[in-house]
Design a protein around this ligand. Structure first.
Ligand code: FAD
Length: 439
């Protein structure tokens, strides 16, 4: 397949590159591309920043075979370009669901493994890779190897969360989770400030799913007010209807910059928070409404205008308590920048992957329209996060400095050694890896 010259970005629409994009059409085409020079691997492009971008890009979205399924173990083996949406459509009606899903179903399993994504159940279920017994990887020299914790542990722990920099993930074995219904019983708690939010997250840690929508514009005694959404699988019913997700609607135009100006966002947030009148509300809702509410609009990312946006996601360790969160919210709400969407959740234990993001603590993800003020705010947040032993998520990042990366991910040098040993240095690169000073 000959390459196409295209303009591409991550989900945040910043930065943008002109790239040569080649569709993966079988292992030989991937091997051929690798032989000709350095490549960047691209899944569905749902990472926010520059982690899937480069000059010569390999598009994995056309590798979509469901290879096998074992109904005894619940293990499905699928091509790397299969999406969470594909898995839901095929397996949910048969009573199986992904054990971990991020906030959008439009990601590939290859991309989910490379970012080692987390869901609303990280505190109980861990990350995506914790449900992957093995995967198939093409190394930089074209050799295809099977990678598991037992067979090639160093490649396993460097590739899961390794942002596509060790090789091309070709297929993934996934442990699915049995479920009697795809509906979720949701309990929504209205909380008036950050202390109440953190206390409620802790008090409700036994819920399988938990994440709080935070009003990042609120200040003073309302700082960190939220709606904490807790969820459990319904025990029966609607299994057959499965994940009857409606096709997303699309926004026809890119709205002008300023559509999401700070006063507009503040007013919207006040209405959203105020819409729930009582302190608690329970409901039974479809799977996608609980896990993937943003997917209802296909291209909501255009709402930020032509300049695009950044998502800043950090985690701070539990021992640091709620104080770093309070200080981060003060910085965000006091900055001359609108933060329309913010989610807070608690992570459970970290796994042993070299670059996986989660560690036991609190993680906050905030969208910020790309502007000089947003970049300045991120620098200040970097200092706060590093100061308390936290880290910043690579899959959302478009701007971190090399020294910040090295402080967040102290095992980066081990990661580089493994890449060098397997010939990946200089062969699998991205805009992000070069910005972060990786080989
Ligand atoms: C609305 C929304 C909500 C989200 N919610 C969450 C969330 O709750 N939790 C979370 O963790 N993340 C979340 N994300 C981020 C998203 O889950 C990750 O960025 C994911 O990696 C995207 O997968 P992708 O297929 O789009 O990969 P891409 O964005 O195309 O690539 C991501 C990385 O994976 C690498 N990669 C992709 N495919 C392969 C492959 N086959 N082999 C080797 N490397 C590969 C790329 O090189 C890149 O480094 C969200 C994103 C959006 C847009």
């Amino acid at each position: 397949m000959s390459p196409q010259r295209v303009a591409l970005s991550g989900w945040g629409r910043w930065p943008q590159v002109q790239a040569e994009l080649t569709e993966a059409r079988g292992v030989d085409s991937i091997r051929e591309l690798l032989r000709e020079g350095a490549i960047s691997v691209r899944g569905a492009g749902r990472s926010y920043g520059d982690s899937s971008l480069g000059q010569r890009m390999l598009d994995m979205t056309h590798t979509r075979r469901m290879r096998s399924f074992d109904a005894q173990t619940g293990i499905a083996v699928v091509d790397a370009g299969v999406t969470i949406e594909d898995l839901l459509r095929l397996f949910a009606p048969r009573g199986w669901l992904p054990a971990v899903t991020p906030g959008t179903r439009f990601v590939t399993v290859g991309g989910a493994l490379a970012s080692d994504v987390h869901g609303k159940n990280h505190h109980g279920a861990g990350s995506f890779s914790d449900h992957v017994p093995w995967f198939e990887l093409m190394l930089a020299d074209g050799e295809v190897v099977r990678v598991s914790r037992e067979e090639r542990p160093e490649l396993f722990h460097a590739t899961a969360g390794g942002m596509g920099l060790t090789g091309v993930i070709l297929a993934v074995a996934l442990e699915l989770m049995p479920a009697r219904s795809s509906d979720i019983l949701q309990r929504s708690l209205k909380l008036e400030d950050i202390d109440a939010t953190v206390a409620a997250i802790e008090a409700n840690a036994s819920w399988t799913y938990s994440a709080a929508w935070i009003d990042c514009q609120a200040r003073g005694r309302r700082l960190g007010r939220s709606l904490l959404l807790l969820g459990e699988h319904a025990s029966e019913g609607s299994q057959a209807t499965a994940v009857n997700a409606r096709a997303p609607v699309a926004i026809p135009l890119t709205p002008p910059a300023g559509t999401l100006a700070k006063p507009v966002v503040s007013a919207f947030n006040a209405i959203y928070h105020g819409r729930q009148r009582g302190p608690e509300r329970t409901s039974r809702i479809p799977y996608t409404s609980f896990f993937h509410p943003l997917d209802a609009i296909a291209n909501w990312n255009v709402l930020y205008g032509r300049r695009g946006f950044l998502q800043y996601q950090f985690v701070t360790p539990t021992e640091a308590g709620a104080d770093p969160l309070r200080r981060a919210l003060e910085l965000i709400s006091g900055a001359p920048v609108a933060a329309p969407l913010a989610v807070l959740k608690a992570f459970g234990e970290a796994n042993v992957n070299l670059l996986s993001f989660p560690l036991r603590g609190y993680t906050l993800a905030v969208d910020l329209p790309a502007s000089p003020a947003a970049f300045e705010l991120c620098e200040r947040l970097d200092r706060l996060v590093l100061g308390c032993g936290g880290r910043i998520y690579l899959s959302k990042d478009a701007r971190m400095k090399p020294e910040t990366f090295r402080a967040c991910y102290p095992r980066w040098s081990e990661f580089e050694e493994i890449r060098a040993r397997h010939g990946a240095a200089g062969r699998l690169t991205t805009l992000q890896s070069r910005r972060l000073g990786l080989a």
